[in-house]
Design a protein around this ligand. Structure first.
Ligand SMILES: [Zn+2]
Ligand SMILES: [Zn+2]
Length: 125
């Protein structure tokens, strides 16, 4: 596995390099993620300062709660990331990673908000 993961939106305007050493994939089932992703949000949490981002001008930001804002690509509409502002953390949508990640879903968040039409993903230790 390489030391970095490469991620890109559907149209390719937004490109990111993130450290592969970051934690596994987290799956958030909260109401905000359901509305914005159409289903649960699977993401990799990375310190914002460790992400190399190109195409930042293509991002459209949306303040999704007091504590966080989210960015989507203004061209393809791909959900790129959520920023947990105070923590300086970016939650990069896992589906944007190109090629194998070497990671598994390690934790479900907001299980109590999960809609009734799917079962919780199995988590790896
Ligand atoms: Zn795009
Ligand atoms: Zn969520």
């Amino acid at each position: 596995m390489s030391e970095t993961l490469h991620a890109s939106c559907h149209c390719g305007k937004v490109q990111m390099t993130i450290p592969a050493a970051s934690v596994g994939v987290l799956a958030c089932h909260c109401g905000d993620c359901q509305k914005m992703h159409g289903n649960f949000n699977a993401f990799l949490a990375v310190p914002k300062t460790e992400v190399e981002l190109s195409g930042a001008d293509a991002l459209v930001w949306y303040q999704s709660s007091d504590a966080s804002r989210r960015a989507f690509c203004g061209t393809c509409g791909g959900r790129v990331l959520k920023e947990v502002t105070a923590a300086g953390r970016w939650l990069v949508s896992a589906g944007l990673v190109d090629g194998p990640t070497g990671k598994r879903i390690i934790k479900n968040l907001w299980e109590q908000s999960k809609p009734d039409w799917y079962d919780l993903p199995v988590t790896a230790p």
